[in-house]
Design a protein around this ligand. Structure first.
Ligand code: TRP
Length: 339
């Protein structure tokens, strides 16, 4: 058993919950990194459809979102020839490994997981499905099934990677060295603020620009963005730091001179919000144009999307079977070989 792939590359596994189309926050926090990492790693990109039990009353939405996510991935340049697209529930070994691994994860570690705790509080008075409480265990299995070395994710996912490392260590120590201890890797922009200035761009807060928003929608969303609330006139000196419009300029406008000039004039009260926002909308649309083009190409050829998902499932299944054979061997589960 080699711990590397056939081509000698280390492996990546990362994933996303299928809740709908992806936005700029997904891009800056994750996708941008994933596209780059494809060159040096064997990448497994997972659509975690077991991880959306909060949509149990709207399964149709989950089904639709799986396709939206796959389209967005192809649109940003994830390459199904090089990388492996995985719909989680098509690989039953995810469920199987989850059950074995849950033997080796202390309940207290799950209860103390800060990301899970915060998400459980978001349920408020609504009841929490058991599957929601145990999703981090499933995520541990997602990462360990392909025996991944690296997990590029948003900052909020790091506690789950800690659990994964702990489970891998315990399993390897008690049985056999089956699993690498995976590392997390956080992107250039761990968390992108929302259009409204809230800490996070998110669908549920309705403060996002989507990768598939048409230019007119982007213009309109940028026009109504939150800026510096202390600034009443264009001639008032303004705050650049923490101002979402400038945060987006920093992330998405490649014309550094333009950005520096705008910041300088903003601080001096020598530019209006309108100009700063117009230039941002132009930069965002220029960034999104090639993504829109590729998305339109695939949307008109859904057969290609289907093929990406089908071949990904085949390849992921093979790796999954290899790992499960190693796990059974390590646990000495060859019951029927005995007599
Ligand atoms: N929980 C992750 C999120 O909400 C998605 C995810 C599922 C994931 N399985 C994963 C991330 C495995 C990394 C590795 O974004």
């Amino acid at each position: 058993m080699g711990s590397m792939s056939v081509e000698g590359k280390k492996r990546i596994l990362t994933g996303i919950r299928p809740t709908g189309p992806l936005h700029l926050g997904h891009y800056a926090g994750a996708l941008e990194n994933w596209v780059r990492l494809q060159a040096d790693y064997e990448c497994y990109f997972l659509i975690a459809d077991y991880q959306v039990s909060d949509f149990a009353d709207d399964i149709a939405r989950v089904r639709e979102a799986v396709w939206e996510v796959a389209l967005d991935w192809l649109a940003v340049g994830l390459d199904p020839e090089r990388s492996i697209f995985v719909i989680e529930s098509l690989i039953p070994e995810h469920a199987e490994l989850t059950v074995w691994l849950s033997w080796f994860l202390p309940l207290g570690m799950l209860q103390r997981n800060p990301t899970l705790k915060a998400e459980m509080e978001d349920f408020g008075r609504k009841s929490v499905p058991v599957a929601f409480f145990t999703y981090p265990v499933m995520q541990v299995a997602n990462i360990l099934l392909p025996r991944a070395h690296l997990v590029p994710v948003g900052e909020d996912q790091l506690p789950h990677i800690e659990l994964t490392r702990e489970v891998a260590r315990r399993f390897n120590r008690q049985f056999k060295e089956v699993f690498p201890e995976p590392e997390g890797l956080v992107g250039r922009v761990p968390r992108l603020v929302g259009l409204d200035g809230q800490a996070k761009m998110s669908k549920s807060l309705d403060n996002a620009i989507y990768l598939n928003d048409p230019p007119g929608v982007v213009n309109e969303k940028v026009r109504s963005m939150y800026t510096d609330p202390t600034r009443l006139r264009a001639s008032d000196p303004g705050h650049v730091e923490g101002n979402p419009v400038f945060l987006y300029h920093d992330v998405f406008n490649p014309d550094r001179d333009e950005v520096e000039d705008l910041k300088d004039r903003y601080r001096r009260g020598a530019v209006g919000d309108v100009e700063v926002k117009q230039k941002l909308a132009t930069a965002l649309n220029a960034f999104l144009d090639p993504i829109r083009e590729r998305r339109a190409h695939y949307a008109a050829n859904m057969r290609l999307v289907r093929e990406a998902l089908a071949s990904g499932a085949d390849r992921a299944r093979q790796t999954a079977q290899t790992t499960m054979a190693l796990v059974r061997h390590a646990l000495d589960l060859g019951y029927l070989k005995k007599f």
